[in-house]
Ligand binder design. Structure first.
Ligand code: KG4
Ligand code: ZN
Length: 351
């Protein structure tokens, strides 16, 4: 289990939200004071459980969430100094989609039980809305309208945030998500799961021009992504090397793949800025931890006069803080849930 996120101090709002996230393979819990102040956050990762299988096994994920959630909850409440949750907490926020049904159910059922036992209001949070709220926690000056590039293991989307709660999905992926492509390329290269961080690290010492891999949907002028062809292009390079009896230059291949993937993400962000005229650009989702993407966005921002917002890496990958922050915002906008709502594995953020 990982420790605390750094505290961001905002004076004067004692409202306490418990955030619960179990949509995929991370069990995460956090207590947030007001919109942004993290009192405590904890995460139980299942990476080691899924690694031997080369990807997330849904059945195993839900079982591991069940084992982890209550000890993690107690630990986080304790660290937040909360002795009497029924009296001290004001809200329970939980991810109820999109994600894996069996995983979502664990968080949602736990949140419903806590909300009823403590008589504390409950709100359900869309996981993607959660991701964008990582930026709200990290940057007190971020105000809509802004664009948010959400790049995770399950999603690759650019949102126009007109106001909190008012989102337009400008475009998404036709096939694989960016993180999924990183994970699949890592698997092809025998680098284990999850692949994103390893590919990122190895790419740093490779030659990005070694293999001229195609930048997906380049020049199409639309906000749309596609990563499965790029992954297949890596596979063809591997087959050719094998046929020719040559060793695999793993770092060069990682760097070449990353160059093409990041170029696509940056190009589509440029298109979204041109389409909307909105020059505030935020990043989120697990691939938001990628060093080349972060550096590339900063460079584009400096060159083109965008204001770029990057959350700390811990807030890019799945966490409870972002869910608490999104839930707090929903609650402040008057949203309430009774206990009859069900998780929705394919809940689209298109309100
Ligand atoms: O947001 P997240 O934690 O979970 C989902 O909602 O999917 O994202 C996980 C994804 C994985 O595919 C992982 O390989 C990728 O984020 N990832 C990275 C990096 N760190 C995590 N991809 C590229 N570079 C990284 N540094
Ligand atoms: Zn996520």
């Amino acid at each position: 289990m990982r420790g605390l996120f750094p505290l961001t101090l905002v004076a004067g709002d004692p409202f306490l939200t418990l955030g619960i996230e179990t949509s995929c393979d991370d069990t995460a819990v956090a207590v947030l004071e007001g919109p942004r102040r993290v009192l405590a956050a904890g995460l139980s990762s299942q990476v080691e459980d899924h690694a031997p299988h080369g990807g997330v096994v849904p059945e195993l994920a839900s079982r591991k969430h069940q084992e982890a959630i209550l000890p993690l909850l107690h630990q986080v409440l304790d660290r937040a100094g909360i002795r009497n949750p029924a009296r001290e907490l004001h809200l329970v926020a939980v991810t109820s989609g999109p994600g894996l049904m069996g995983s979502l159910l664990v968080g949602v059922m736990t949140a419903k039980a806590l909300s009823q036992a403590w008589e504390v209001p409950l709100v359900s949070v869309n996981h993607l809305e959660g991701h964008l709220f990582a930026n709200v926690v990290a940057h007190g000056d971020l105000k809509p309208p802004f664009l948010c590039l959400i790049v995770s293991g399950g999603h690759t989307e650019i949102l126009l945030v007109r106001a909190f709660g008012d989102y337009q999905v400008l475009g998404g992926t036709r096939d694989d998500a960016a993180g999924e492509a990183y994970d699949k390329v890592a698997k092809l290269l025998g680098l284990g799961y999850p692949g994103g961080p390893v590919v990122d690290r190895l790419a740093a010492t490779g030659n990005p021009e070694a293999f001229p891999l195609p930048v997906p949907l380049s020049g199409s002028g639309v906000v749309e992504f596609s990563f499965s062809g790029l992954k297949t292009a890596v596979l063809w390079v591997l087959k050719r090397l094998e046929k020719d009896g040559l060793p695999v230059p793993v770092e060069d291949l990682c760097a070449s793949f990353q160059r093409a993937a990041v170029a696509s993400l940056l190009e589509k962000t440029r298109v979204a800025v041109e389409q909307t005229g909105v020059r505030q650009v935020a990043l989120s989702g697990g691939v938001g931890a990628n060093s080349a993407l972060r550096a590339g966005l900063e460079e584009e921002g400096a060159r083109r006069g965008w204001r770029v917002y990057l959350p700390p890496r811990d807030l890019c990958t799945d966490n409870g803080v972002m869910i608490a922050a999104a839930g707090y915002s929903s609650f402040r906008r008057g949203i309430r849930c009774d206990v009859t709502f069900a998780p929705d594995p394919s809940w689209e953020l298109n309100a």
